[in-house]
Design a protein around this ligand. Sequence first.
Ligand code: PEP
Ligand code: MG
Length: 317
Amino acid sequence: ERAELALLRDAPAVTLDGIVIKLEANIELPEEAHAAMAAGADGIGLFRSEFLFMGRADLPSEDEQYEAYASVVKTMQGKPVTIRTLDIGSDKNLDGDITVATNPALGLRAIRYCLANPEVFATQLRALLRAAVFGPVRILIPMISHMHEVHAARRAIDSACSELDARGTPYARNFLLGAMVEIPAIAIAIEPFVESLDFLSIGTNDLIQYTLAVDRGDADVATLYDPMHPAVLRLIAHTINAGERAGKPVAVCGELAGDARVTRMLLGLGLTEFSMHPQQLLDVKKEVRQAHSNALRVKVASALNRAERIDLSALSG
Ligand code: PEP
Ligand code: MG
């Protein structure tokens, strides 16, 4: 079985009806980019940069971050690298950060934290812009819920560029800017976001948590944490459809994207870009190559129109 999957590594991820699917890797540390390349990933769909910041007393300097991001970009040899800006807060806290929010998952997390700590954000942005000299970089902003956060993030990037200009440090301006779709509000009112951004990436881990009001890490309510709830799937479908209409790429980078049992269902929602742990990539590719995308889209759309649960067994074969 493993030998068969190894053969798949260099086979294209194309459905039976000729739809080309991008399969990318999620990484938490720069070294993991090698595993992404070994699995034949089309790029890095999610680099969770917060892991550079966690488990230490101080913050990583601009140069230290630059080295980490540049090493991933170089390892990927021209394939796109999606680097998510710091997603700290909630279940991922900085050491020594003793302020505990009343409700951390709804508090000063991710882009909210970065806009409240502009020096931390600016340092990371300068490092990202410098690393983009070595290949295509996509900057991904987590936990966006308001358009004014998109505007503020863009202003922060512009001033990071000005700082690098003033210093005479080389950097690249040709990065793409995107947002995580992981708060239901943005999925419901997606149009302005899809218009003003270059790409979107759906974070199903948080999207499920916030849609169903179920803490993603709380074992007592784990049975209610249901990726297949029709409300969750409608939010994913709505986001994919808006991207399709606007001609902007939409990926899923939550755990759902790496679960080969739901690959057909995601193809049926119209998904063409999946990002997952490198180890899951070949199992998902195998499913893609045996699926008929347009037939799946018809089946999934009719179930979602009636807000019915999708029967996964009806999608196979
Ligand atoms: C998500 O929320 O689905 C996601 C990919 O981000 P994280 O798991 O790091 O919150
Ligand atoms: Mg998330």
